[in-house]
Design a binder for this molecule. Sequence first.
Ligand SMILES: Cc1cc2nc3c(=O)[nH]c(=O)nc-3n(C[C@H](O)[C@H](O)[C@H](O)COP(=O)(O)OP(=O)(O)OC[C@H]3O[C@@H](n4cnc5c(N)ncnc54)[C@H](O)[C@@H]3O)c2cc1C
Length: 457
Amino acid sequence: MDRLELFATPAAGRLPVLNETGIQTVINGPIPVSADGEPIMGLAPGLDNFYVACGFTAGIAASGGAGLAMSNMILHGDAGMDLWPFDVRRFGALHAQPRYLEDRAIEAYGSYYKIHWPAEETQAGRGLRRSPVHEHVAKAGAVFGSRAGWERPNWFAPNGIGPRDVPSFESKPNWFSHVAEEHRAIRERAALIDQTSFSKFEISGKGAEAAMQRIAANELGGPPGKAIYTQLCNEKGGIEADVTLLHVDEDRFMLVTGAAFGLRDSGWVARHLPEGVAIRDVTNAFGVLNICGPRSREILQSVSDGDLSNAAFPFLTARRTGVGHAEVLAVRIGYVGELGYELYVPQEMRRMFTRRCGGRGNRSESQMPAIAPSTRAGSRRAIFTGPPRFRQTQILMKLGLASAWPWKRASSSAAKRLPQSRPRVFPANFVLSRSMDLRRSMAARPSCTRAKLPDMH
Ligand SMILES: Cc1cc2nc3c(=O)[nH]c(=O)nc-3n(C[C@H](O)[C@H](O)[C@H](O)COP(=O)(O)OP(=O)(O)OC[C@H]3O[C@@H](n4cnc5c(N)ncnc54)[C@H](O)[C@@H]3O)c2cc1C
């Protein structure tokens, strides 16, 4: 009652009628908070007919929109609006670990009514999953964000700049110009992108190609060795997933998708696989580096015995090739609109891989053509950056592919980074805001168009 008095007394001052009615019953009950503070809705992964609608921290005021969405899901298999921020499949087993969940929920509750900044990151439960190059990028000044438990560099703070986000609604955030420098390096020189966090699945068994072709919009036919960028569609032609399929062997594909989409996309595939075709998560089996930029071929060729020419290794092909002492799966693809190669390196080889490639780069530093002079005179460096479409910008380091070279940081200039918006609310009108979020979601269905990938020679 003492705690309630804090609110009840001023309320009675504003609404004198409350003095007459009095307080009949006091209910002090728990309010549910999910790992990110948002509701959890949808068909439970792995189950056929079990729907979830809980974690409504904002309150029962969301029940109208939530009820509509849930009935749409149950009756029609689709919410009828883009509800990804609330989708049950954004959480996997790692989010269900009680201590992790507790830490995240406490943070989510504590920050629920604070001002939320564009592209802000959560701080609780961090450091759960780390890429093989994590320590390298940390030393290079990486300012990390978190996706699906993975630590991923969002940007790199140059010397003299504090490695932390300084957000802003009115002006540009502090990382703006540093990210611009990463973009410039990719367009003009070369870069390594650490894509280890991407979700990866192996789909194998007799009939794998036919099963995938049934849900894939792009053409999968032809001999193994193809990389196919495709959407996976539902029976209405709507897009369920946006993935890369690597046809690595007869009746064996690798599916690559965003770090946070693994459960969603693999679940969609699993529902459509016939007897004898299996899907298995191989995310943690590979470290993935994407070397990209107009000079990436020259650089990779200097540490590879394979023929990387356009004729021998054309766009959208995949093959095994030697890089350093390691045999890796190399894929001629990328997400930055430039020449590039993704390298899938078995986890147990990644130390040797980086050491070997780093050593090679070190010895041939004077011949490393890919590293154009940066804005700091005399220093030559490449930039690791995340695929812009995933809003993950990453790093800078001299190109030796890692440890043998000293890490350097880039200097600044201007460019744009896309902020990720997340529906958030403010204290005074939280109930209203939440209902409006649902209404806005209904109005703003996602576009289904996507530009064709350019073939960069
Ligand atoms: C005092 C109070 C006043 C509020 N006033 C408002 C208001 O004015 N307006 C507003 O919009 N919102 C209000 N809210 C918030 C609103 O009630 C909650 O946000 C809303 O009920 C949350 O709905 P939910 O279904 O997500 O969770 P809940 O309603 O909490 O439902 C969760 C259910 O799961 C069950 N459960 C828990 N653990 C397990 C388990 N292990 N196994 C099986 N079942 C389990 C619980 O028994 C419960 O039935 C108020 C909340 C409180 C406590």
